[in-house]
Design a binder for this molecule. Sequence first.
Ligand code: NAP
Length: 308
Amino acid sequence: MDNIYDVLIIGGGPGGMTAGIYAKRAGLNVAIIEKGMPGGAIANTPEVSNYTGYTKINGIDLATKMFEHTSSLDVPFIFEEVKTMKLSGDIKKVVCYENTYEARTVILAFGASVRKLNVEGEHNLLGKGVSYCATCDGALYKGENVALVGGGNTALEDALYLANLAKKVYLIHRRDEFRGEAYLSSQVKEKDNIELVLNSVVSRVNGKDKIESVEITNKETKEVKTISVDGLFVCIGRGPDTDMIEDEIEKDGSGYIVTDENMKTNIPGVFAVGDIRNTVLRQIVTACGDGAIAATKAFEYVLAARKR
Ligand code: NAP
């Protein structure tokens, strides 16, 4: 066996691990590069209740099961962080901070990360009132007061979702009109327990062991006020971090990698799966499906390359 992998998978979330399982079972020389804990976003999800076969499972438990399954097939995990990737050409180069790896195909599976406000208190109070996922954590705030930041479709949908659970929702947006669709914004405006806080940004999150309040600054008047809340939901978009890819990889207007139904990108031998790509649904089950397809197509690509 040469030291050029048939398949290098970047990211050990559900999509990456499933691709690893399928690639290994197809007899390919495969490895998964993961910079942190295998599992991707599910490792931070308190409860998963929409993955077939599990009525309810803790995210870390599901990630552990997936890791054990992948490891049981001797799919190696390389625990390193990728610095850059040179993906065009027959042999792709993945440069990590410690070592450089080569492969005939690469499956990009490193997900998308949520945008942060980057204000004081946000990081320290993560999981102690600060959340980036209303559908994951909203139920914890039944009958309480929450704030939500953002003006896109996600923020509007999440505000409506939270309004049915919480006592009051402060919807904080940095402009006076929403980016999200008109029918959603009119539903939001009709809800009695949603208070709009427009032209405003959260300038600080207060609390020690638990969130207590958010400081809000009006961008026009510069007036600063503090609102007592039990939770803060930050819904200001997300995106994949594709800066490390040196080549021209096609992305959509929101920065997600464009693939066809076979998970192929515009670069031959390069595939993308899960949250990183321009999919219609970003879920564990769809990421796993993507991973299976990408590995199958990578197998075909490697076979054809061997014949060339
Ligand atoms: P988005 O459309 O990119 O909207 C992000 C929102 O956050 C914008 O209103 C933006 O303000 C605000 N924002 C960004 N950075 C901020 C910051 N640092 N501080 C304060 N506010 C900030 O993101 P999204 O709502 O997650 O939606 C992503 C994509 O999924 C969109 O294409 C959306 O249409 C789609 N989506 C569709 C549906 C649906 O069709 N039902 C549901 C959810 C999402 P500005 O407006 O001032 O830029």
